[in-house]
Write a protein that binds this ligand. Structure first.
Ligand SMILES: [Cu+2]
Length: 211
């Protein structure tokens, strides 16, 4: 497990302890699984979930204020996935970034916080197809190889920061890709509103198994 590479872990552990695991693979009611995990730190959390089922095919990833369902997924290198990102909030814009190592260099607002953006962007060099855009606020492709199905108009493509689709309230977007050869533990999160969403718990884990 690659969690030792993640730094710092203090705030992350706190939030996982508070929020526990919400597992969307078998529906929203899977929040009942919370009771399985009394007080895991992030390392034991990952170990506990190594045996969780591998997501394949279509995955729905829901954004709420301020959490994701599911907030844990297991993928396998080489599998083709179709992730439909859906912002369930009626009021808030939310994004989806995946990476490793929070970069603390630039954050200044709202006092010190050990989160800014990922030092390593999961989507770097990954082929991904975007389709069915609905109420997209902006999209940062960063270093992904992006294919757009249909008009590019809805995306408001911008630069700067990690690969990140940001959805308006009620928005949705489909991302189709083959899981790249980047096994190990990855973090995902929403850094909208000066990273307050992330700090409030809008984060999750993806465990990528080797092929
Ligand atoms: Cu958000």
């Amino acid at each position: 497990m690659d969690v030792e590479n993640h730094e710092p872990t203090g705030i992350l552990q706190q939030q996982w302890n508070r929020r526990q695991v919400i597992w969307g693979g078998v529906g929203v009611t899977a929040a009942a699984l919370i009771s399985l995990f009394a007080k895991p730190d992030i390392v034991s959390l990952a170990r506990n979930l190594v045996g969780s089922p591998v997501s394949s095919g279509k995955i729905n990833l829901y954004q709420f204020d301020y959490y994701y369902i599911p907030n844990y997924m297991t993928w396998r290198v080489g599998d083709k996935l179709e992730v439909t990102l859906q912002n369930q909030s009626h009021t808030h814009w939310h994004e989806w970034t995946i990476g490793r190592k929070l970069n603390m260099d630039y954050f200044q607002g709202f006092g010190y916080m050990d989160a800014d953006a990922w030092a390593i962007d999961f989507w770097d060099g990954v082929d991904v197809t975007l389709s069915d855009p609905y109420k997209i606020d902006n999209f940062v492709p960063n270093k992904a190889h992006v294919t757009y199905v249909g008009p590019k108009g809805p995306y408001q493509i911008t630069t700067g920061g990690d690969f990140s689709p940001t959805l308006q309230p009620g928005g949705s977007l489909k991302l189709t890709f083959t899981v790249p050869n980047k096994p190990g533990l990855w973090h995902f999160g929403c850094f909208v509103q000066e990273f307050i969403h992330y700090r409030d718990g809008m984060q999750g884990l993806i465990n990528i198994l080797p092929a």
